[in-house]
Ligand binder design. Sequence first.
Ligand code: PHE
Length: 451
Amino acid sequence: MAIEQQREHWSSRWAFVLAATGSAVGLGNIWKFPYIAGENGGGAFVLVYLLCIAAIGVPIMAAEILLGRRGQNNPVATMQGLAREAGAARAWSLIGWFGVLAGFLILSYYSVIAGWTLAYVVRGAGGAFQQADSTEISRLFADLVADPERLLAWHTLFMALTTVVVARGVSAGLERAVRLLLPGMLGILLLLVGYAWVEGDVGAGLRFLFTPDFSALSWDSVLIALGHAFFTLSLGMGSIMVYGSYMRRGSSIASTTLMVAAADTVIALLAGLAIFPIVFAQGLEVGSGPGLVFETLPNAFGHMPGGRFFGTLFFLLLLFAAWSSSISLIEPAVAWMSERFRITRPMAAGLSGAVTWVLGLATVLSFNLWAEKKPFWGMNPFEFVDYLTANLMLPLGGLAIALFVGWRMGSAERREEFDALHPVAYNAWLWGLRVVAPTAVLVVFYNAVFG
Ligand code: PHE
């Protein structure tokens, strides 16, 4: 019988910060945030989103790291163990199951979109956007998504990239990947912001992002902003919990949380500042939905000096961002499978990758053969899975985490995890978790459903 394997850990506190930032910064920041801000009117939406990050996202992120670090196990076993420790109902372990399920569902469509970025790196480098007129560029995108075989090929390649990293384990896989990907992302992003500053209409970009027009805001937009706060911080589904479980005791949860949340927010705003000035300078539309960065942006790059180089860099940035997030989407499932069934990491990664790959077929087909099939409240499978996970499952998972840590966990155990934190900060966090976050989630849910 093999001796119980020691659980792997991050090599330092910084490695956790890098990995959690890598998880948080993803397609959500660079693909989704700009287009939902565009569809929901800009400024006012951005303001609500920032409020949700600060008042709801930050307290829940600290709670999720706390659970993971205390549990030292995969999300399912962590929640079972901590519920037992607190003398609470076993049902709390549903939080862990829910996370594994949400991870599969999110990654199933995330990987298809990430596949588009792979295709666009190749196209950008090949010069496909140069001198093409806007109808040709739109046709490039339309042709790609209309072809299930091509979408499937890119989805398969991206899932392979994800699986290979996760198969190698915590230090040789996850940590190694984020150490390479994050500096790359930051460098490219800064270059692109500089480029937008020189070549784009920065004033128009800033006005769009920061001038609130509340008449453009409905309760549905508020729900989208709330859901996006969870999505962009990777909250409510066990990614941050499982990353927290590879953290050693002794580093501050509070300052780590603030660093990750701040980095994610700054990067989302910087991405907006790289994208909108370019779109506005070319007189293009910001409300074009999921195609914003795949149609509108290549169109703009195609007409700008140095556009081939910077356009390719942009899609490389998107690819790196997606990759460092996808590994965290699948990690809860991989950790659970390998620890629960004592199978090797490569085996668990292969199995989880295969499950996600199959689920991804629904998204692949949503853009072509099933595009007109909208059986889910007027949504096609891709739109439905996105809405279900980001706007419903993540806030609900976050709500359950807030209630468990805020009300159900023993107060001594909870306090112990924050040993050095000032009592005022601790209490602010605790009441944010107990009252502010749950109330906000429920009010937004209520109004989005019945409002
Ligand atoms: N935060 C990632 C992004 O913004 C997506 C994600 C969601 C990753 C949930 C992990 C968990 O793209």
